[in-house]
Ligand binder design. Structure first.
Ligand code: AMP
Ligand code: MN
Ligand code: MN
Ligand code: MN
Length: 290
């Protein structure tokens, strides 16, 4: 199966949410439950974008179709660029593409060892049994994530919420952070484009890069065939909506909108609740309107 033309109805005010997670990665709801929640929040064009995984797509697509939402096949690939972790969303991919699938297996493969190393580091600072604790929150044995550790650390009262856990224990430079090599940028963009999809820089405002490094990154992404950046995302402030709208237009990128929803009551906004993209942007879904 190849990537689909979506045939979205023209002239309709669309509520588009093209970034969220299920239990197949580090969300807490099953794919069909995320679909139901998106629908209940008024979303009519929806993508599930699990980290480094396509295992939730069949159930998500079926649930979305039953509810009458337009479904966009998606994922979010973890990349290491200049020693920083960057996330690249792929949209309207063929999720059965063999090169993409092999690339995702490779990208996921280091997570197990990394999790054991994280647990050893946390044990050294006096927080034992975190690997077993995190496992209680894992929905997919191939995808143990920092989010699962964060939920366990909240459960045992180390911090009040997952944001605080990241701040004190799991962010780069903190005692439970284990450096990791993910896919390269050429690999991730290549897998997405090779699977017929559109590559989108996820939440660019989250990356700790100098203006010079950002410029090099956006140019490299574009030269590799990257086409879009997230402008309106749960990870951006209102000022960053403006900042990345300007950047989208400066580099000729299309713009995307997505909540990055993981769980009710965790730090990000709910599905479909963010402001619309400003009118001077080209939405990434523009070319899918019939
Ligand atoms: P991993 O892929 O295991 O490195 O985990 C990355 C995930 O951790 C992200 O996709 C977010 O869901 C979560 N995360 C990263 N930073 C934060 C933060 N500051 N607050 C809450 N969640 C975060
Ligand atoms: Mn996540
Ligand atoms: Mn991300
Ligand atoms: Mn995400």
């Amino acid at each position: 199966m190849s990537a689909q033309a979506l045939n979205l109805a023209p002239g309709v005010d669309l509520n588009v949410d093209l970034h969220c997670h299920s239990t197949v990665s580090d969300g807490v709801l099953a794919p069909a439950e995320v679909a139901q929640r998106a629908y209940a929040q008024g979303v009519n064009v929806w993508a599930l974008t699990d980290h480094d995984e396509v295992g939730g797509i069949v159930a998500a697509r079926e649930a979305a179709t039953d509810l009458g939402m337009d479904y966009v096949t998606g994922l979010e690939i973890s990349v290491t660029w200049a020693n920083k972790t960057i996330h690249i969303v792929g949209l309207n991919i063929d999720e059965t593409n063999p090169d993409l699938l092999a690339g995702l297996v490779k990208t996921r493969s280091g997570r197990q060892c990394r999790a054991e190393d994280m647990a050893a580091d946390l044990a050294r600072i006096g927080i034992p049994n975190c690997y077993e604790g995190a496992l209680k929150y894992v929905g997919n044995p191939d995808l143990i994530s920092r989010s699962h550790f964060a939920r366990y650390l909240v459960e045992i009262g180390v911090c009040e919420n997952v944001s605080a856990v990241f701040k004190s224990y799991l962010a780069d430079g903190k005692p439970g952070f284990v450096p990791h090599r993910w896919a390269t940028l050429p690999e991730a963009v290549g897998w997405i484009v090779g699977a017929g999809g559109v590559a989108v820089v996820a939440h660019p405002g989250r990356y700790d890069l100098t203006p010079l490094a950002f410029d090099a990154f956006f140019n490299e992404f574009k030269n590799l065939g990257g086409k879009a950046i997230e402008v309106v995302t749960g990870s951006h402030t209102a000022d960053q909506y403006d900042e990345y709208a300007k950047i989208a237009n400066r580099y000729g990128f299309m713009a995307s909108r997505g909540s990055d929803f993981h769980a009710p009551d965790e730090n990000l906004p709910d599905l479909g609740q963010l402001p619309a993209l400003s009118k001077n942007l080209t939405p990434v879904w523009h070319s899918w309107i019939k």
